[in-house]
Design a protein around this ligand. Structure first.
Ligand SMILES: [Zn+2]
Length: 344
């Protein structure tokens, strides 16, 4: 890559020659501009809202959702990670079929988005500014019996082991006196790790988290979360967990859900910034991302009502003196690096 000084010099010489000369000498030449911000949302719960409230209506016919193709396009959000969320009520005998149903539902009704299944697909979406979707599993109980070759074909490479409750793999964040991973959970972690999966610790209770980091040396993320230093609830990450995710070369997606951001349950875009800032001040910006959880929570985040507000978050970071490099990392570059490596 050119240093800024070299790039500046080369532009001067190009601009004196005129467009035609530029094209004949170097057809790949691109005029200088500030490097575009790659925007990626690391967790949305759109499929859940579609299933609950709109059943058979395709994504491109739901203009009022917090995430739509047009809204993504309007601020160049090039990818969102859609959760295949399996409610705990299906855990056990019903979870495999529900996961199959969700996967088929996503393929059929997430219209208007390019389905990203490989690193190349993601690069293409970024290059062409074409909104794409990546799929992630939220509650992997069904993976015990599921035909995982279907997941590979759909580019699904991230598994969140639990939702809030207890499943056959371990305990989620709402289980009182939670225990670690079950034997079935540990076995599945080893199998999935061998198959190249990363894990999403977003809903995993602390004892299970400790088991997971002991068993798995590969990538680990928390796709949608806050930090306990600012909202001390089991759902959020402790300092040690943040450090563990960074050690595992993961990304921490800060959510817009007011319940994860403040103890009062009321939150604004400034609270999203505060959670970002706590990690940035403690650990730097290289593992921070955005994972809004749009369509997966009740209530409104004031100033961050839908995905178009991503650019307002950038403005707040700029006002606080964040370097452009850090802003780009947080808004999508960290997720890009993570998913491009995972989807090789
Ligand atoms: Zn969730």
């Amino acid at each position: 890559m050119c240093s800024p000084i070299l790039l500046g010099n080369s532009i001067q010489s190009w601009t004196t020659r005129g467009l035609f000369d530029q094209m004949t000498v170097n057809p790949n030449f691109e005029p200088a501009r500030t490097e575009a911000v790659v925007r990626i949302d690391g967790h949305v719960d759109v499929l859940y809202e579609m299933l609950e409230a709109h059943s058979d209506v395709s994504f491109d016919n739901l203009p009022d959702l917090a995430v739509t193709v047009d809204k993504m396009k309007s601020v160049d959000v090039v990818a969102a990670v859609f959760a295949l969320y399996c409610p705990d009520e299906y855990d056990g005998s019903g979870s495999k079929d529900f996961l199959a149903h969700l996967l088929a539902y996503a393929e059929r009704l997430l219209k208007g988005l390019f389905h990203i299944k490989s690193a190349q697909d993601l690069s293409d979406c970024i290059r062409l500014k074409r909104p794409g979707m990546i799929l992630l599993i939220e509650n992997s109980d069904g993976l015990i019996e599921f035909d995982r070759t279907m997941l590979a074909q759909a580019g699904v490479r991230v598994a969140g082991l639990t939702h809030m409750g207890r499943n056959r793999l371990g305990d989620g964040n709402a289980v009182p006196f939670p225990e670690g991973l079950t034997e079935q959970g540990k076995d599945l972690v080893k199998e999935l790790a061998r198959e190249g999966f990363a894990f999403d610790a977003a809903h995993l209770a602390e004892p299970g988290f400790r088991d997971l980091v002991r068993l798995h040396e590969g990538p680990l993320i928390s796709s949608h979360t806050g930090v306990r230093a600012l909202a001390d609830i089991p759902r959020n990450l402790t300092r040690n967990q943040v450090a563990a995710i960074i050690e595992h070369k993961g990304v921490i997606g800060i959510a817009a859900d007011p319940k994860m951001l403040t103890l009062s349950g009321k939150a604004s875009i400034d609270d999203i910034f505060h959670h970002i800032d706590w990690i940035a001040q403690s650990f730097g910006a290289d593992a921070i991302g955005i994972g809004t959880d749009f369509c997966g929570f009740e209530g409104i985040n004031a100033g961050f009502e839908d995905i178009t507000k991503m650019t307002d978050l950038e403005r707040i970071m700029r006002e606080h003196g964040y370097p452009e490099k850090s802003i780009r990392a947080i808004m999508g570059e960290n997720w890009r690096i993570f998913y491009e490596s995972l989807l090789q």
